[in-house]
Design a protein around this ligand. Structure first.
Ligand code: 2P0
Length: 346
């Protein structure tokens, strides 16, 4: 089993390294920002430094373009807790999302930004699609804070701050293809995301929603349980680092076969490590396996180049080029097609 490192660095300490000391008043009335969701093509599932969400291996994702979170933030003149509004509804302070958001904002208070905030976030992600909305949410929150306090952060530092909220949020401060470096520094300062130099506007994703039920185990505890109990974890981390290199190379060369085969194998190995955890983590449903078998049948019998990836849930994301959209719609009529570089297909 691979150990996580104990780091002397704390989230508040990292924040203090990145943002300037607070002025007496925020320079602006409010800040606002948009950040896209992202889908990992080679995955993050396990941490090197838990407290800082520093990953055990590097990963690469594609952003969902215009699908994500838009956040508006201001400081509260009075009050002793943050006010968090999601899609127009004020969240109960003890709800999971409110608690997680407030504990992130608490790290800024520890770093001297002694305010409570009113935060309103809207998302246009398909409801219940199993798309990690926390990545877009924490990235949009950091960018909105940057706007409010006029920090003028570069994206690299914004990525490090977003990571402190949720690991995969490190990748959501950019659009397009994004790599997130695991890094080696004890304080995680070299674990940031940056754009990958690839221009592939035809690459499409298809969302096949087999269930919109809330998952029974969250990613954070799921990956920690996998790290601490799965005998396959060390092998997963090693392979994931190698898959990361292969997929970056495939994206640069626009090699769909290499991309698709490696992304599929990478997602399956991540789930294999979870299956081997004790007790196991099983995110799939019978319908997940049916979609996998359909995709394999399409490749084998119809020579249609469609691949899949699966995150921490039962839903399947198809990977293909836009010219296969009609075939995808024929076999998966309920799927939603996203062209990250353009508008959603009709
Ligand atoms: C990923 N996932 O690379 C992987 C694949 C889910 C499966 O990143 O604890 O919500 O906040 O760092 O980022 C989901 O994990 O976890 C995730 P934390 P996060 O997209």
């Amino acid at each position: 089993m691979t150990e996580t490192t104990q780091s002397a660095a704390t989230p508040a300490g990292i924040i203090a390294k990145i943002v300037p000391p607070p002025a007496e008043h925020p320079p602006r009335e409010y800040g606002r920002a948009f950040a896209p969701a992202n889908i990992a093509l080679s995955k993050y599932w396990g941490k090197r430094i838990s407290a800082l969400n520093v990953p055990a291996n590097s990963s690469v994702s594609i952003s969902l373009g215009h699908l994500g979170a838009r956040t508006h933030i201001s400081t509260l003149k009075a009050g002793d807790r943050d006010e968090i509004i999601l899609n127009g509804t004020r969240l109960a302070p003890d709800s999971d999302i409110a608690l997680r958001t407030a504990s992130f904002l608490e790290e800024f208070r520890r770093a001297g930004y002694n305010y409570f905030f009113r935060l309103s976030s809207e998302t246009n992600l398909p409801i219940g699609a199993g798309l990690a909305s926390s990545a877009a949410a924490f990235a949009a929150l950091v960018l909105a804070l940057d706007d409010l306090f006029a920090w003028n952060l570069d994206r690299r530092r914004a990525s490090i701050l977003a990571r402190l909220g949720s690991g995969s949020a490190a990748r959501s401060v950019y659009t397009g293809f994004v790599v997130w470096h695991a890094g080696t520094a004890p304080d995680g300062m070299d674990s940031y995301a940056e754009p990958l130099d690839s221009d592939w506007p035809e690459l499409a994703l298809g969302l096949v929603i087999v269930s919109s039920r809330r998952k029974h185990i969250g990613s954070r505890s799921g990956m920690e349980h996998t790290r601490s109990t799965s005998p396959l974890y060390a092998a997963w981390v090693k392979q994931a680092e190698s898959d990361f290199q292969t997929i970056c190379d495939a994206l640069r060369k626009k090699d769909l076969t290499k991309l698709g085969e490696t992304a599929e194998a990478n997602a399956l190995m991540m789930h294999a490590a979870m299956l081997a955890a004790r007790p196991p983590i099983i995110y799939w449903s019978p319908a997940t396996l049916r979609v996998i078998q359909q995709v394999h049948r399409l490749r084998r019998e119809e020579q249609i180049p469609i691949y899949f990836t699966i995150d921490a849930g039962p839903n399947v994301k198809l990977i293909f080029e836009a010219q296969q959209s009609a075939a995808v719609k024929r076999v998966f009529p309920e799927s939603e097609i996203i062209l990250p570089g353009g508008e959603p297909a009709p």
